[in-house]
Design a protein around this ligand. Structure first.
Ligand code: ATP
Ligand code: MG
Length: 584
């Protein structure tokens, strides 16, 4: 039970200036969290209640799929990480420490190594597989840019699950189970999200999906088809090449003076061609020397695709000096015709052009009528560009792509045998042959999910918690706490609601009603119940929905039952996580 007069809910009138996004501002203002150091936070009582709600939903959904919870150590020996090669790979993001004997450890940024070592020791036979093991625990990553509060912390709570299967088919089944579990978790948390195809990155493996909550504050770009289920992180989304442009080839390239016109818009406007007619020549440095990457003027280069095409570890846009040295002109005038000393990689949309406009490798000049493959030869052609809104869907080839920002709240990976082979986690078949265990891993950021929920559910007055993860379902406000009769009616209702299992907070503070109403809005409880003069004079109790502002009144004697009924019809069991609430 919780009375506001006793509770540690330190609300703030103004959010500290460093809080850039709504969820961070509101978590501070509503007294959910406090910062201890960059990316390191205390969860205050109200914040912790929300975290626990999300954890409960996550547990229920993991358990529904037959997973078992355990708790692995946070402190992990370096030795295991050396065996998989990740002690080095993890670099500066890993918090490292030594014990009194000089032995090296890290604070777990993730737990593939330690759980694989465990399973190696405890699992021998095919009969023990499949196995789904998970934990909910703090993770430690020394992020370069911790920001947005719980969204990107250096210490944060993650649910991480690992699947162990006999073969690829088993892995696909475990993966499908987790896909379903994640879909249920985020739906129950009242979130609008998409599962998108993504890049596995350094963790290894092939297939992976990110669960993205759609919100303007998201750090990732997401594209999805308006017609079919296709959705992808913009970093990995494939782009179809357009049909080759028809028409007879123009005459040879002609030089046009373009004084001071460097950007696509400036050149296109000056030469009176659409930006799509321009061929941008971007000079990049790579570990294998410089390259010129060509994309159409209306497209953006995707550096991940560029690095993958070139099979290099990094690419970096060349500085002014390098550009001058290679193209013989300041930045803005490079072009593939006659370009020496660099290899050229062209996006497929560039090669579909009948002709294009390029830089002339001379200051203040461009070439028109440049015909790809006639006037220059690319060393590679590839899909190099970023997908964007309006592109044809690469899956159904009928719908158009839409674009949105996304907050990555979870990610699932098919790992294969990378970790089991490195650490020797094998099992034996019926006939005694030994096989590496086939693994998957699956993470959910609990705090980031809470932040994402606020990003999607707030207004200018504060948070609007989805019922399923609200810290309290109901907030009772006594209009005048000094009026003994009002306080008595409020307390009776408060006790009655708790008896019925409805999580209720009672604002019994000796404050003006206006202050209490404002706080109830800021804190975002789904239902606000007002006990004021009307409750006494007319015997009526007022119930207001935070989300819609809708008001219902109940006769005093039936108020508790009325509220319970409201909550039941809204989202399953009263006041506890469990319903398929979408925020009302
Ligand atoms: P990101 O790309 O955002 O850095 P990641 O891909 O490194 O995240 P995973 O290793 O896939 O993250 O971790 C699983 C989940 O843990 C993520 O989907 C996210 O919800 C959460 N998470 C990861 N890093 C952080 C962090 N620094 N703070 C809070 N949550 C995080
Ligand atoms: Mg991820």
């Amino acid at each position: 039970m919780m009375r506001m007069s006793q509770a540690l809910i330190p609300t703030l009138r103004e959010a500290p200036a460093e809080a850039e996004v709504a969820s961070h501002q509101l978590m501070l203002r509503a007294g959910l969290i406090r910062k201890e150091a960059a990316g390191i936070y205390t969860l205050l009582p109200l914040g912790l209640r929300v975290i626990r709600k999300i954890e409960t939903i996550v547990r229920e959904e993991m358990d529904r799929q037959g997973a078992q919870e355990l708790l692995l150590p946070i402190i992990q020996p370096a030795e295991l990480w050396r065996q998989t090669g990740r002690w080095e790979v993890y670099g500066e993001e890993m918090f490292r420490l030594k014990d009194r004997h000089g032995r090296e450890f890290c604070l777990g940024p993730t737990h593939e190594e330690i759980i694989t070592a465990l399973v190696k020791n405890e699992v021998r036979s095919y009969r023990q597989l499949p196995l789904l093991l998970y934990q909910i625990q703090n993770k430690y990553r020394d992020e370069i840019r911790p920001r947005f509060g719980l969204m990107r912390g250096r210490e944060f709570i993650m649910k991480d699950l690992y699947s162990f299967d006999r073969d690829e088919e088993g892995l696909r089944q475990s993966y499908a189970k987790m896909y379903e579990a994640y879909t249920r978790v985020f739906t129950r948390c009242g979130l609008t999200f998409r599962a998108v195809e993504a890049d596995p990155g350094q963790i290894g493996g092939t297939t992976t999906h990110e669960f993205m909550v759609l919100a303007p504050a998201g750090e990732a770009g997401v594209v999805f088809c308006e017609r079919c289920p296709y959705a992808a992180n913009v970093e990995t989304a494939e782009c179809l090449p357009p049909e080759p442009e028809a028409g007879p080839p123009p005459g040879p390239p002609e030089r046009r003076e373009t004084p001071g016109r460097k950007t696509v818009e400036e050149v296109a406007a000056f030469l009176q061609v659409p930006p799509a007619r321009l061929i941008k020549t971007l000079l990049y440095e790579t570990e294998q020397g410089p390259v010129a990457a060509l994309v159409r003027g209306d497209h953006q280069l995707n550096e991940l695709k560029l690095a993958r095409t070139l099979r290099v570890g990094w690419v970096k846009l060349a500085g002014e000096e390098t550009v001058q040295r290679i193209s013989g002109a300041p930045p803005g005038f490079a072009g593939p015709v006659g370009l020496k000393g660099v290899r050229v990689v062209a996006d497929r949309a560039v090669l579909a052009l009948a002709w294009g406009v390029t830089g002339a490798n001379a200051e203040d000049a461009h070439l028109v009528h440049v015909v790809p493959r006639r006037d220059f030869q690319p060393d590679w052609e590839a899909d190099l560009r970023l997908a964007q809104a309006g592109d044809l869907c690469p899956r159904c080839r009928q719908g158009r792509l839409q674009e949105s920002r996304g907050i990555e709240v979870g990610q699932i990976f098919q790992l294969g045998t990378k970790y089991s082979e490195a650490l020797g986690a094998t099992y034996t078949l019926e006939d005694g042959t030994e096989r590496p265990i086939v693994m998957g891993c699956y993470g959910i950021g609990i705090g980031r999910t809470m932040a994402a929920a606020i990003e999607q559910h707030h207004d200018e007055n504060g948070i609007i918690w989805p019922l399923s993860i609200a810290p309290f379902a109901v907030c009772i406000v006594t209009v005048n706490q000094r009026e003994a009769e009002q306080a008595k009616v409020a307390e009776e209702l408060y006790r009655r609601l708790w008896e019925m299992g409805i999580e209720t907070i009672w604002d019994d503070r000796d404050e003006r009603a206006g202050v209490k109403f404002k706080d109830a809005d800021l804190l975002g409880f789904p239902l606000r119940v007002t006990v004021g003069p009307r409750a006494l004079a007319q015997g009526e109790i007022e119930v207001k929905f935070r989300a819609t502002g809708e008001v219902r009144t109940f006769p005093r004697q039936q108020a508790a039952e009325g509220i319970a009924e409201l909550l039941r019809s809204w989202g399953g069991e009263p006041g506890v996580s469990g319903g398929s609430d979408t925020g009302l």
